[in-house]
Design a protein around this ligand. Structure first.
Ligand code: 2M8
Length: 453
């Protein structure tokens, strides 16, 4: 479906209104009630949305996020900023980050884990959208942010990859794709002490509990937080003692793409030769790491459980890590592109839109309404769209963009995720990152389909 010029304009106004409504001045709530704080990768997508409205506001989103960066270089997954009338569980007291030597100083309050590094993609997009008159100002702000961006990538390439494998180790399901079935076996293996009594708030907002993680999941999420707290978020200690260490191919692919984006920005930032060669090294090591876990039989990349010493062989969106990374390997692309449109993924004949689901409908763990276990997430399809363009697959990218906009327009309220068979909106309404990617896709509409990627 393609949307008419009139309805595109209406959708653009409504998407902009979502960002304005969720705007807290210098940072943006991920969603009005369900997620009232600043989330890391949400902020990166949100900055891409803001870039279409005001490039200064867009870069402020990232400046404020990076103001909470840890001394290790880690950008925390949540910066707690909401007022007392906007509760979220689990709040800062569950994380006790002030006890961590590397945490930012009071009064900044954060969690002690991180999320995929989409930020460099956002900075590149902001620069591409900066009108000439504002370039001196935005260039100076990018230059000021640059050392923090490089240190963030350095943290991921070193502390989160002590093996030098090119693959990032995640410590927690909250580092991106919460209840993805990718984590099921690893979580089931953990011996845990039941956490102190707690009350979930997410299921008060999303009344249909089947759209959210289970209490079984939450018990494990909180147990892992208690261990990270005990180890004072010290990466070396975590690596020695902690039970949940996963080489995440999707996270690693985003890092490879983000390293390439920083290289594209290197001249704007006035980067040193040392920075350029480090970024090139991290990017290439990322490609090699992904190549090492590419399985030619399934055509997918598999995550790896470091503790169990085993591959995680599931069909999910993450298996397309080579595409998300914009792999230079033509062989992997030749296998993945047809697989993407097979009945196991976008090409399920019963899907309403030909979009990439979070989990393959052919996977026994697939649940079409449950969060990261099946639904379609617009931000994931945005990352895929961007990659397909960079790989020169313009026609497929354009279909993905149109279908994504069709899905969002049919809802009209910027849902967090969508049921693949019916297109039913799920989770939170007025989710900031859905509005943000809609703005980017709509701008590409005005430009005849292609964005400056
Ligand atoms: C979801 O995760 C949060 C915890 O971080 C939650 O369920 O409470 C995930 O979709 C995550 O990737 C996202 O960043 C966050 C805010 O949109 O919500």
């Amino acid at each position: 479906m393609s949307i008419t010029a009139g309805s595109a304009e209406l959708l653009r106004d409504r998407a902009a209104a979502v960002l304005h409504d969720n705007d807290a001045g210098s940072w943006t709530k991920a969603a009005p009630r369900l997620y009232p704080h600043q989330w890391s990768w949400d902020s990166a997508f949100i900055a891409i949305g803001w870039a279409h409205l005001d490039v200064g506001r867009a870069i402020a989103e990232l400046e404020n996020l990076f103001a909470a960066q840890w001394q290790t270089g880690m950008v925390p997954h949540i910066v707690f900023r909401a007022g007392p009338g906007e509760p979220y569980f689990p709040g800062p007291e569950w994380w006790d980050c002030p006890s961590a030597p590397a945490a930012p100083a009071h009064p900044i309050q954060t969690t002690g884990i991180c999320q995929p590094p989409v930020h460099a993609l956002a900075v590149l997009r902001i620069w591409q959208l900066t009108p000439p008159a504002r370039q001196p100002e935005i260039r100076a702000r990018i230059q000021a942010l640059w050392p923090r961006l490089v240190s963030w990538h350095r943290y991921l390439a070193t502390q989160r990859d002590p093996e030098g494998s090119g693959l990032v180790t995640v410590y927690h399901p909250w580092e991106g794709t919460d209840n993805s079935p990718r984590w099921d076996r690893s979580l089931a293996r953990i011996k845990l002490v039941k956490p102190r009594p707690y009350t979930r708030l997410d299921t008060r907002q999303v009344r249909d509990k089947s759209q959210r993680p289970t209490d079984w999941d939450y018990d494990r999420y909180l147990w892992l937080v208690s261990l990270l707290r005990k180890y004072r978020y010290d990466d070396a200690e975590i690596y020695r003692r902690y039970p949940f260490l996963i080489k995440d191919v999707f996270f690693s692919a985003v890092l490879a793409a983000a390293n390439a984006a920083l290289l594209d920005l290197a001249d704007v930032a006035g980067a040193s030769d040392a920075d350029r060669s480090q970024l090139t090294g991290w990017r290439d090591r990322g490609y090699q790491g992904l190549a090492g876990c590419f399985d030619a039989d399934s055509g997918l990349c598999h995550d790896y459980d470091v503790r169990a010493g085993e591959e995680i062989r599931l069909r999910t969106f993450a298996g397309f890590a080579p595409l998300f990374a914009q792999t230079p390997d033509a062989g992997q692309r030749a296998i993945q592109l047809p697989l993407l449109d097979s009945a196991d993924f976008c090409g399920d004949p019963q899907f309403r839109w030909r979009l990439l689901p979070s989990t393959s409908p052919a996977e026994p763990a697939f649940q079409p309404r449950n969060y990261w276990r099946g639904p379609i997430w617009p931000v994931v399809d945005w990352l895929l769209w961007r990659s397909l363009q960079l790989l020169g697959c313009f026609d497929r990218a354009e279909e993905l963009r149109r279908d994504s906009l069709g899905q969002i327009a049919a809802d009209g309220d910027f849902a967090e995720y969508f049921e693949p068979y019916t297109g039913k909106p799920l989770g939170s309404a007025r989710q900031s990152w859905t509005a943000a990617v809609a703005l980017d896709w709509l701008a590409a509409e005005a430009a005849g389909g292609a964005a400056a990627v």
